[in-house]
Design a protein around this ligand. Structure first.
Ligand code: MLT
Length: 248
């Protein structure tokens, strides 16, 4: 069995994820926000490439049943209902709704994963739930790839650290797992920062940018390990939560 980490969706080549179980991480903030929205009862989250795609797609829904959400340069677009802040995706706002989401890196990375057996959205807030699913897949003989969305298509420290924590959780006592060098590097980054996620976020460029833009509260929300124990599965172009109504 293999467990590979890829930094940046641009590293994805055909064959990298073919038939594999894939986890996509964009800790700050898309993968956290998706977990929060689903945990708070959103019917589904549909990732889309651009704000224009969100507007076009929204026309296929009753206006009351859909939320236009996302960010560019961290901020909500004009005319959208929600930004990409997990704090906005409350139960009162998202319950029963379809969330159409576009973000700079996270949704782009998700849309870049083609041909995987399963795709799951991973972050710190759903660490134990998603780790258990990935560990079961690995034990069952599947190869697993963790895709770090990164920042502006480049390496992002917070995604690498989170990937490292997943590597640790998934491979505990599974000695036969082969790791690529990127997975080994992610483990080292997790060892350096994993016990103080606020220090991690205040070191990482995107964490500093979010704080400077007034989103410090989001950093704490994104650091709350296991606060939203959902398993978001991306299938048929939409993300829904694994549960009694959607078994694997
Ligand atoms: C992204 O997808 O690039 C991010 O989630 C950006 C953000 O809103 O912090």
């Amino acid at each position: 069995m293999r467990l590979d980490v890829l930094y940046g969706a641009q590293q994805l080549g055909s064959g990298d994820v073919q038939g594999r179980v894939v986890a996509v991480i964009d800790v700050l903030r898309a993968s956290t926000t998706i977990a929060v929205a689903l945990a708070n009862g959103a019917r589904t989250v549909i990732p889309l490439e651009s704000p224009e795609d969100v507007v076009t797609r929204s026309k296929q829904f009753e206006r009351a049943g859909v939320l236009l959400a996302g960010e560019r340069r961290m901020l909500k677009m004009d005319g959208f209902d929600l930004g990409n802040s997990p704090a906005e995706h409350t139960r009162e706002t998202v319950e029963g709704k379809t969330v159409l989401l576009t973000t700079t890196n996270g949704t782009h990375a998700l849309l870049g994963v083609q041909g995987a057996r399963d795709v799951v959205v991973a972050s710190y807030v759903n660490m134990s739930a998603v780790s258990a699913m990935l560990r079961a897949a690995l034990r069952g003989g599947a190869d697993v790839t963790i895709v770090c969305a990164g920042q502006d298509r480049q390496f992002a420290l917070e995604d690498a650290a989170c990937a490292g924590r997943y590597v640790y959780q998934i491979t505990k006592r599974l000695q036969q797992t082969e790791l690529n060098d990127a997975a080994l590097a992610a483990s080292l980054i997790d060892r350096k920062y994993g016990d103080n996620l606020m220090r991690l976020f205040s070191t990482a460029a995107h964490g500093r940018a979010l704080a400077a833009a007034g989103f410090e509260g989001d950093l704490a929300a994104c650091a709350a390990v296991d606060s939203y124990p959902v398993i978001p599965i991306f299938q048929d172009r939409q993300i829904t939560k694994l549960g009694p109504e959607r078994e694997r």
